[in-house]
Design a protein around this ligand. Sequence first.
Ligand code: NAD
Length: 252
Amino acid sequence: MARLTGKVALVTGAAQGIGAAYAMALAKEGAAVCVSDIRLPEATRDAIVAAGGQALAVAADVTSPESVATMVAEAVLRFGSADILVNNAGLFGNLTLKPFDQIASSEWDAVMAVNVRGTFECTRAVVPQMRSQGHGKIINIASGTVFKGSPMMLHYVTSKAAIVGFTRALARELGGEGIRVNCIAPGLVMSDNVRVNPAWAADVVANNVASRAIKREAQPDDLIGTLIYLSAPDSDFLTGQTIVVDGGSVMH
Ligand code: NAD
């Protein structure tokens, strides 16, 4: 039986890649899904509707407080609540790998703005609605690179480490209000942008796979079981946690 029937989920960065897979999975579990991205994610919405689900597409820039306030308002207007927020939008798939001292200040700021402040803006926009309901699930997306200390993307790794701290501290602030805050830290996933990015050449991907206990490439669908667990009542006594989903590359 569908575990999220009657729930409303918002997924940012859902135009393609992992975000689109999250949105489809939430819809298949019965949630009505507001899919957003910096450009209108029509294809994701259409795919969910074609599969028999409920979806609304909104163009929202996660770095803009006004934009994400509109996103939440549209979701609540259309579906009546906001039960699950997946802070997936990020700058990753298009990044180039480079030594830390070749990262321009503007690149650093852009990664921090989307990956860290974007998570903050969306969370701040949705929490009043979750408070009024007395429940909510916020699911942030970090990265296994935080725990591996992966080199050549210092801005990205630093931004995702911030998300682990954000998750812990916010979980304590909201725990008494029925709002759970957890985090998924994926290892390298062959998302749409990763597959075409020359930074992730076959030998780089192969080295990554070799570091895993489970020696195969990861696809977006490998993250779905954890996403649904964190979205569903099964995880109601879990908060402030970061679950690494990487085939057993880092263990803690
Ligand atoms: P991606 O970079 O390919 O896609 C991210 C999405 O975010 C895109 O659709 C993009 O348009 C959107 N986006 C970018 N800036 C935005 C903004 N200002 N406002 C709204 N949307 C914006 O990433 P992906 O590979 O699909 O990964 C999704 C998430 O998972 C990211 O947070 C990423 O950091 C994280 N992650 C990915 C991997 C991986 O190996 N693919 C591993 C660990 C974590």
